[in-house]
Ligand binder design. Structure first.
Ligand SMILES: [Zn+2]
Length: 213
């Protein structure tokens, strides 16, 4: 016996994005509100793919100056020196400083690029109507979404590093242009995750199942 999968949309029901309550859509053209939590009810996030692409492309563009331009300028009696994220990672690398160096490397370089790659992968597979690995792709989205909530940690790590460096006498640290691009990458990837509608992952599978009936 094969189970028949049906979606809320096929039954004319809407599921609340915030609390997952199923309810009947409001009459008329306007979207209704969830009777339980008051969240606006939509069948799908508006123009999810276009908006997500725009934010992802913006993040990818900002990622380049974020890594090429210096993020911090340190001034000592000997003069001032500007360092990029990668130069900072190399500078911090020492027998005692390597854990911090590793944290900066993961939080500032690896996580943002992994988020951009994961979002592009989700967008391309949804647009191609892929039905493979749906469960994995939803998990991937959840991971990116979870990391997104902690994205500001990246900025804090950099600020924390700067504060540590400040502890050295006769030294001052100021943000350099790269840091603003870095903050833009963090904000744009968060907006991209927010715009992406994970329900799109199941749409092509729904279409296939309908064809098979
Ligand atoms: Zn709700």
């Amino acid at each position: 016996m094969s189970a028949t999968v049906s979606t809320a949309m096929q039954h004319g029901l809407q599921s609340c994005e915030r609390c997952a309550l199923l309810s009947r859509p409001a009459a008329g053209e306007h979207d209704g509100r969830c009777p339980r939590c008051g969240e606006e009810l939509t069948f799908r996030k508006h123009e999810s793919l276009q908006r997500t692409w725009a934010f992802v492309i913006g993040a990818a563009i900002c990622y380049i100056p974020a890594n090429i331009l210096p993020v911090l300028t340190t001034t000592t009696a000997a003069g001032s020196d500007s360092d990029t994220i990668l130069q900072g990672v190399i500078l911090l690398w020492s027998p005692t400083g390597w854990p911090l160096s590793l944290i900066v490397l993961v939080a500032s370089i690896m996580i943002p690029s992994a988020k951009i790659i994961a979002l592009v992968y989700l967008l391309v597979t949804v647009q191609r109507g892929s039905t493979a690995n749906n469960g994995q792709r939803v998990r991937m989205y959840r991971v990116v979404e979870f990391i997104g909530r902690w994205s500001m940690v990246d900025v804090f790590v950099d600020a924390f590093t700067a504060a540590l460096v400040q502890l050295q006498p006769l030294m001052s640290v100021a943000p350099a242009p790269g840091l603003f691009f870095f903050a833009a990458v963090v904000v744009l990837t968060m907006l991209a995750v927010e715009s992406f509608d994970p329900r799109l992952i199941w749409d092509s599978l729904d279409a296939k199942e309908v064809r098979h009936v």
